[in-house]
Design a protein around this ligand. Structure first.
Ligand code: NAD
Ligand code: MG
Length: 388
């Protein structure tokens, strides 16, 4: 019984993805501290079953309803409850036995489950940055009201969070988000006109899901992260700077009002920020590979190229306009990235589609949740039309 109180009971939304599987590695190394309570996935039934048999959660949810029978049959003997479909993906986070919800699913699909989790008073370990981009105002206000902490998993935001430990009462002058620059760093628009899906999926430093890998190549990922940082750390646009750092060792920096800058460093390994978000306020031991300065005699920094990588400039614009514009940026980008991955459009079309959708939008200054749902839906249709 005592053990039950001490262990954190974790729900992982998107357990079969890049973040989800690494989170399970972290949990496997700290079985005395964490218990897997819920696992959810979109369509990878096979891996979800495997994970469920290994980690013995109370409940699993598979997004695609057609896969319910497969999962249910496989888990019948294991006393694990199985549900399927979107409503179950959102409501499962309300289970009383959950302490922490790790949002590791990709895209707008994370919005409703995150809101439900916060409403139910669950602590959040947030990987799903799109949720904060779409509705950061609603999410942060709700979290405040419910006394819920949102611990960032994104490596840059985790770096800032780690720099802020012990400094939460000290105002931030600015933050500096580092960006690797992705596989196309140094290229111009002419070069980018002909890059392929395979080129874009070759990230130099990180192994991630397809959507975020394309976002990294187009710098939209950094744009989304700028907006994510605004909401997580309550910052103004001019307090958020982006600098390209191709080695991905300095994960981000905070500058305080006395001019002092704190940075967090380490090898690129998402297990560290995942573990920090789940274990906070403790730092847990790990056997992750250690950083050696002698392997990296040159850590370099350069200005981002906003002319070539339009998406980063568009994200700042969307953030400055506020209201439902970041939601539009995100929805248009999700559709454009999907189309690029299906080889229906070229790489430069991604930012063209985002920009056109932003220009053609009807602005809502203080959107409600329903407004965001509508904006997302309408923008996706508009973006699809631009692809034909
Ligand atoms: P991924 O594509 O590898 O995994 C996504 C997971 O979500 C899978 O388990 C999938 O089954 C599930 N999923 C997808 N669509 C769904 C839907 N409609 N409904 C329910 N479940 C669905 O993605 P990832 O790289 O792990 O990224 C997850 C999130 O974390 C993204 O928001 C990404 O931006 C963020 N993030 C990822 C990394 C990384 O290193 N991978 C780093 C920082 C932030
Ligand atoms: Mg990141």
């Amino acid at each position: 019984m005592e053990e039950k109180i001490r262990k954190k009971h974790v729900a992982i939304l998107g357990s079969t993805g890049s973040i989800g599987t690494q989170a399970l590695e972290v949990i496997a190394a700290h079985r005395d501290l964490f218990e897997v309570e819920v696992l959810t996935a979109g369509s990878n039934a096979k891996l979800l079953i495997e994970q469920a048999l290994r980690f013995k959660p109370n409940t699993v949810v598979i997004g695609q309803e057609a896969l319910y029978d497969e999962v249910n049959t496989a888990l019948e003997g294991a006393m694990i409850k199985v549900y399927a479909g979107e409503p179950a993906l959102a409501s499962v986070v309300e289970m009383e036995t959950i302490d922490v919800v790790l949002t590791a699913l990709v895209g707008y699909a994370g919005l409703l489950p995150t809101i439900k989790a916060i409403e139910a008073g669950k602590q959040i370990a947030l990987a799903n940055k799109e949720t904060l981009v779409v509705a950061g105002d609603l999410i942060t206000a709700l979290a405040k009201e419910k006394g819920v902490n949102i611990n960032p998993v994104d490596s840059e935001h985790s770096a800032i969070f780690q720099c802020l430990v012990g400094e939460f009462h000290n105002p931030i002058e600015k933050i500096i988000l580092t960006a690797s620059g992705g596989p196309f760093r140094g290229k111009n628009r002419n070069d980018l006109a002909s890059v392929t899906k395979a080129d874009a999926l070759k990230h130099p430093n990180w192994e991630m899901g397809a959507k975020i890998t394309i976002d990294s190549a187009s710098m939209m990922n950094k744009g989304l992260e700028v907006i994510e940082a605004k909401w997580l750390f309550d910052l103004k646009s001019e307090q958020i700077e982006v600098i390209v750092h191709p080695q991905s060792i300095v994960h981000s920096l905070v500058q305080f009002e006395d001019g002092s800058i704190k940075a967090q460093l380490g090898l690129p390994d998402m297990r560290l920020p995942i573990q920090f978000a789940l274990g906070y306020p403790e730092r847990l031991p790990s056997d992750f590979e250690r950083f050696n300065f002698m392997d990296y005699p040159n850590l370099t920094f350069e200005q981002p190229d906003l002319k070539t990588f339009r998406n980063l400039a568009l994200a700042y614009e969307a953030m400055d306009q506020g209201g439902n514009i970041p939601c539009i940026l995100n929805a248009a980008n999700e559709i454009a990235v999907e189309a690029f991955l299906q080889e229906k459009i070229g790489f430069l079309n991604i930012s063209d589609i985002v920009e056109t959708c932003m220009q053609k939008s009807s602005f809502i200054a203080k959107p409600t949740l329903q407004d965001y749902v509508e904006t997302n839906k309408i923008t996706r249709i508009k973006a699809q039309e631009l692809i034909k």
